[in-house]
Write a protein that binds this ligand. Structure first.
Ligand SMILES: [Zn+2]
Length: 468
């Protein structure tokens, strides 16, 4: 271990008794981004974030307006020959409701058994503080951080980051960097480090099927007029075969085949109990060419999320409905474009629509591309070294089957990989009552981030550009 790293870890050790007070002060600000009544609190959290970055030594700290809540940008650039990292996180939080399920008030943080309880404690105020504390410790040891550092802390993550992509696009030069580090995310378990290497994208459409211009009497028109609900059923059923393969033309185009290394890494992720039994199921379902885990994490999906139409009240109503509706969304993987998939869904619906009805297909909001890091990316090795140095265990790659647009936005807008380096644990109660963060993890995360920053400084060649 270098003297500089040793000194920075000593600085963490010396400062760590104060970390809980900082987290408590941060959590005390009810920065609920979705609730207009909390707008002043969201502003206050932005200012608190900016002040904390200034206190850590950042010479350039800005609270920058957006179409919604502000973005805090802090820069500490001191060596043009050193790499630059941009740390992403968010200072906004989920609403605390239902309040009656909290053991202590959500915005009056309390420490019990080494855990600090409060809304946002884990998601993402501990994440933001972990990264700030790490930079602060390296600067305490070496005068300046080992790499150039930019922070980008937004206030709208919990409402889907509607202004983040335009902000990235408008501030490319300000945010120019060799690597993004997401301080929002988590590890596999308490003391069990992992590195998130992929998330899926999203595309969807709403389908509307119309028959006659009004509901009809089935005794007068049944059998002679097309039924929109039956037509919709045929359309939806035609999208997938009995084993779950998607039959929409071109749906799988451009998707690279999983490599043997990827398939092995996916199967190596530890199982989380008997999930089938927990779900009340006896078997998984879907394309037999892939394991259930592959289908849940790295293969694209097509699901009907809702369908409605016709009479749903008590008893009988012999009606021939005039309209039927459905919402269909797809989780996407690398190689698929959301707009392209939505267009293929539309073309499919129009091609298979039965005679006697008309169809309209509208894309749904919320589209996003997938994100996938190559497993042999050098920066993943550096990140694994940093985590192993603290946890004594090598992290393994994990995937999220869900959609997290920010990493892919760093890739496509700034041309850099986004390394998830964050320490939330599955039991932290994210978005739920009694959210907490372990003070021991707050310190471990800080130590791991210190190690990562020195690792990046020592091996700048590991910071490879991201292919778009
Ligand atoms: Zn978060």
């Amino acid at each position: 271990m270098s003297d500089a790293l040793r000194a920075a870890l000593d600085a963490v050790e010396a400062r760590s008794p104060r970390y809980a007070d900082d987290l408590a002060a941060y959590v005390r600000i009810p920065s609920v981004s979705t609730d207009a009544a909390h707008a002043p609190d969201v502003e206050a959290a932005a200012r608190w974030t900016a002040e904390r970055l200034t206190r850590a030594g950042f010479p350039d700290v800005r609270v920058m307006p957006t179409g919604g809540h502000p973005v805090v940008v802090a820069r500490w650039h001191h060596d043009p020959s050193a790499p630059t990292v941009v740390v992403y996180g968010h200072y906004d939080v989920q609403p605390p409701e239902p309040l009656e399920l909290w053991d202590t008030p959500p915005f009056e943080p309390q420490v019990k058994d080494g855990k600090l309880y409060g809304r946002g404690a884990s998601d993402d105020k501990a994440g933001v503080l972990t990264a700030i504390q790490a930079v602060e410790a390296t600067a305490a040891a070496g005068g300046v951080p080992p790499v150039n550092v930019t922070f980008l802390i937004e206030g709208e993550e919990e409402v889907g980051s509607p202004n983040l992509l335009p902000f990235l696009e408008a501030n490319r030069e300000l945010l120019e960097a060799d690597l993004a580090i997401s301080a929002d995310g988590g590890i596999f378990g308490v003391g069990v480090p992992s590195l998130t290497v992929g998330s899926r994208g999203l595309a969807g459409v709403e389908i509307r099927v119309r028959g006659a211009n009004a509901d009809l009497h089935s005794g007068m028109y049944g059998g002679a007029v097309a039924n929109p609900l039956m037509a919709l059923s045929r359309i939806l059923a035609s999208m997938q075969d009995e084993e779950g393969r998607v039959l929409v033309e071109g749906f799988y185009d451009g998707i690279p085949e999983l490599t043997p290394a990827e398939r092995a890494a996916i199967e190596a992720v530890p199982a989380e109990g008997d999930e089938l039994a927990q779900l009340g199921l006896t078997e998984w379902w879907g394309d037999p060419a892939y394991s259930a885990r592959e289908r849940r994490l790295v293969r694209p999906t097509l699901e009907v999320n809702g369908m409605w139409g016709g009479y749903q009240g008590p008893g009988i109503k012999t009606v021939l409905p005039s309209e039927a509706h459905a919402k269909v969304t797809c989780r996407l993987v690398a190689g698929q474009e959301p707009d392209d998939v939505a267009a293929k869904l539309k073309a499919h619906v129009e091609r298979v629509a039965p005679r006697g009805v008309s169809v309209s297909v509208t894309p749904l909001a919320g589209k996003a591309r997938a994100y996938q890091m190559p497993l042999d990316l050098p920066v993943l090795e550096l990140a694994a070294d940093a985590m192993e140095g603290v946890f004594g265990k090598r992290p393994f790659p994990v995937w999220t089957g869900g959609t997290v647009p920010v990493a892919e936005q760093f890739q496509s807008v700034l041309g850099i990989w986004c390394l998830y380096f964050a320490f939330g644990e599955p039991d932290n109660g994210l978005h739920a009552p009694n959210e907490f963060f372990r003070l021991s993890t707050l310190k471990q995360g800080t130590e791991a981030t210190v190690r990562l920053l020195y690792g990046l400084a020592g091996d700048p060649g590991a910071l490879t550009p991201a292919r778009g």
